[in-house]
Design a protein around this ligand. Structure first.
Ligand code: PNS
Length: 164
């Protein structure tokens, strides 16, 4: 069984993430979507549990995909789950330098795991979790950026945050 891991912060999950996850699910027998627990990003908007719940709500049809959390090194999470590949989306040249460095470090740390980059669907080239939060915070429409099953929840949550 070929197993892959799609890691990220998913704060919150976007249509760009879901595009990569569903394409990985076609390429591999099993895909673990691994949500980073000990995120050093200080301004997280959603808790780990909320991020997992939002993700799970978007992927009921992807029966070979499972949402998990991890802390520490991604390659250790890959090893623990018998994954042979880390699958990530590449949006633009701006992503490349960081992702290339991560891929090389991860290969150095665990030679058994390869990093695969899927070219982001052109529709989602501009999309990121930060953009979704920024647009929602400022009253913009995020329905083209996130899955319909979670759009309302994300909007409400973000508005609540702003009001305090
Ligand atoms: O969605 P993000 O924030 O771009 O995801 C980044 C993530 C979770 C893939 C990355 O931060 C990560 O792999 N963190 C775990 C620590 C690790 O293994 N780092 C690489 C070796 S230093």
């Amino acid at each position: 069984m070929k197993i892959a891991i799609c890691p990220g912060s998913f704060d919150p999950v976007t249509l760009g993430h879901l595009d990569i996850i569903s394409r990985a699910a076609r390429l591999f027998d099993k895909v673990y979507v691994a949500v980073l627990k000990n995120s050093s990003k200080k301004n997280s908007m959603f808790t780990i549990e909320e991020r997992m719940e939002l993700l799970e709500r978007c992927i009921p049809d992807l029966t070979n995909v499972e949402v998990i959390t991890f802390e520490g090194l991604l390659v250790d999470c890959a090893r623990e789950n018998d994954a042979i590949a880390i699958v990530k989306g590449l949006r633009a040249v701006t992503d490349f330098e960081y992702e290339f460095q991560m891929a090389l470090i991860n290969k150095k740390l665990n030679r058994e795991v390869d990093t695969l980059f899927l070219t982001t669907n052109a529709k989602y080239l501009y999309l990121s979790s930060s953009i979704v939060k920024e647009v929602a915070k400022n009253g913009g429409d995020i329905t083209d950026f996130v899955h319909p099953a979670v759009a309302e929840d994300i909007k409400n949550r973000i508005h609540k945050e702003i009001k305090g």
